[in-house]
Design a protein around this ligand. Sequence first.
Ligand code: HEC
Length: 108
Amino acid sequence: MAAVGLVLALGLIAWGVQYFRVSDPYILQVLALPGDRDRGALIFQMNCAVCHGFEAAGEVGPDLHGVSERKSKVNLIRQVTSGQTPPMPQFQPKAKDMADLLEYLESL
Ligand code: HEC
């Protein structure tokens, strides 16, 4: 019985590590860069404000205030770059631009 429990526990740990491990080199690169909030705000106003509003208060897309309480950094990067939530388009910002954007999103 104990052996079964141990196997189960190890299995769960292995699954957890797999689940939380970020292997995407782009995401790792973004996370390693310091973000500039003001530059991020400009990038936001040029690319995202049409849908999320100039102050990110929401238009077609949702209000983004407090979004970093709902989504982790990794999930925010994925939200912007995956294109998996249409009508939001897929963006492919340079890592530095994404780091700045992330800093801005986290300041909301
Ligand atoms: C064409 C309109 C459009 C554009 C442009 C757009 N978005 Fe979105 N965005 C959406 C919509 C619609 C959703 C809701 C998608 C869903 O959850 O299914 C969304 C969701 C989000 C979310 C998740 C919100 C939450 O509460 O979980 C984030 C973060 C976000 N957008 C950031 C951005 C950023 C940053 C940009 C610019 C790089 C951007 N969006 C550009 C329409 C847009």
